[in-house]
Ligand binder design. Structure first.
Ligand code: ZN
Ligand code: ZN
Length: 455
């Protein structure tokens, strides 16, 4: 076959071999150095802790090491790794020091470098990585400085290392020409008491706007990655950003969404596996948002509520290197109790996205179509719900309200819009109920008349 024929074939066949690449998305390790001693992160008493961890606690070191080695064992030749933060355990500030936080992040950094030598890791910080917890400042500080130095091989460009040291965000280009914007969305988190009165913390909104404008001019495709996602975490219905920052973030994205340059967003923080779609001004699906579940199995517990258990998971994404469009996701996980009982882990495939959801890829149009199918076929939402907690046994617990929150959360990013969306479901079901009542009444009446005539 001539080179021209191969070239033509590459443009006519979607999965042209050299055009498809892979990347890992891993997040929320939450390393608990006290797991074998004081169990400072554990939300309940754990009398016989498993060697790979416990649902009530954050990760022992063995789980972190094992998960990174597990990723390497499954696929070591990837184009890059997205690592979206939260490396420090859910431990009170008084039991932590800045040095301890830096040490933990350094240990995980070294483990990733050892297992993925020469591979770029696009890393972002999570709200737990700062001390005091959550209080990310809009100015330079010791943590941004030290982490900037720690990650300088991965960031590569001196200007971007310096940018990171002042603000913990950066803009980089992959070897295949995709633009990666690594954001510091911890600045917008509702638990951050330093930033709510700042109009544009660390100038990130203005910078993001400029980066997206420049990408359009340079005809680049953009992947955005960060720890905390915008929009609504469903079915719990939590907006992680302060309202003014959520609105502003969406405003900046809306300004650029129609140009089609943003091809995907990847986040952590939710500790659950999930996806959403972002729509353009014509209400057409524009790009997908994918969230990876945490490595830590930690389940939260507050007086009013106890979170569900979940298994450690890591996400492998195949994508088109030229367009940046994600093509498929393979979720790998370990069954935590099973691994503990056998004293060894088996990182196995939890699901292949295109297989289980019957999609042709995991881009915006396919997720939009899937979301529409889910509205009619609620068994698909129950499957989504099971995978949300990485198959730790929640199947069938999502009631109608939960299902409708998830469905509305796929599309709506403001609480008022989500509530309106849920009302349309309620009205539709009320219409169905009243129609059924009318039909039932007519049938009863006709039956009665026939019975009377027959007498
Ligand atoms: Zn976390
Ligand atoms: Zn977080």
């Amino acid at each position: 076959m001539s080179r021209l024929a191969i070239f033509v074939l590459c443009f006519t066949i979607v999965n042209c071999a050299e055009d498809v690449g892979w990347f890992w998305h891993v997040t929320d390790f939450h390393y608990d150095f006290s797991y074998w001693t004081d169990q400072l992160s554990c939300n309940d008493v754990v009398t016989s802790p498993g060697i790979f961890g416990d649902y009530w606690c954050d990760s022992p070191w063995l789980l972190i090491k094992d998960s990174i080695e597990g990723m390497k064992g499954i696929k070591s030749k990837v184009d890059f790794v997205l690592w979206t933060g939260d490396n420090i355990a859910h431990i009170k500030d008084e039991n932590l020091t800045l040095e301890m936080n830096i040490d933990s992040i350094n240990n995980i950094t070294n483990e990733l470098k050892r297992n993925f030598p020469g591979i770029k890791v696009y890393a972002t910080l999570g709200n737990h990585d700062y001390l005091p917890n959550n209080q990310f400042p809009p100015t330079t500080n010791e943590i941004y400085n030290q982490i900037g130095d720690m990650w300088k091989d991965w960031i590569g460009e001196t200007a971007q290392v310096n940018q990171f040291k002042t603000s913990a965000y950066y803009s980089l280009k992959t070897v295949h020409g995709l633009r990666i914007l690594g954001l510091n969305t911890n600045l917008y988190y509702t638990s951050n008491k330093v930033t709510p009165n700042v109009t544009d913390p660390a100038g990130q909104f203005q910078w993001l706007d400029q980066q997206l404008a420049a990408a359009k001019t340079n005809k680049e495709k953009v992947i955005i990655t960060a720890h905390i996602p915008p929009g609504i975490h469903t079915p719990a219905n939590i907006v992680w950003f302060y309202k003014q920052f959520n609105d502003k973030f969406l405003e900046v994205i809306d300004k650029h969404v129609d140009s089609g340059i943003i091809v995907g967003m990847y986040y952590g923080h939710d500790h659950s596996d999930g996806f959403k779609v972002y729509y353009n001004s014509k209400d057409e699906p524009a790009f997908p948002i994918h969230s990876a579940p945490s490595v830590t199995p930690w389940r939260y517990k507050i007086p009013e509520e106890t979170g569900d258990p979940h298994n450690p998971g890591v996400k492998l994404v195949s994508y088109n290197r030229t367009t940046g469009e994600p093509l498929n996701i393979k979720m790998y996980y370990i069954d935590l109790p099973d691994s503990n009982s056998k004293n060894k882990t088996e990182w196995k495939l939890e699901y292949d996205f295109n297989d289980v959801y019957k999609t042709k890829d995991v881009g915006a149009a396919s997720i939009d179509d899937l979301a529409k199918r889910m509205t009619k076929d609620r068994s698909l939402i129950q499957m989504y719900y099971k995978y949300k907690d990485v198959s730790a046994g929640n199947s069938g617990k999502c009631d109608t309200d939960c299902e409708e929150s998830i469905l509305c959360g796929f599309k709506y990013y403001k609480m008022s819009e989500l509530e309106n969306c849920k009302t349309t479901f309620t009205n539709a079901s009320a219409r169905v109920t009243s129609t059924s009542l009318i039909i039932e009444f007519v049938v009863t009446l006709v039956t009665l008349l026939i019975t009377l005539r027959l007498r």
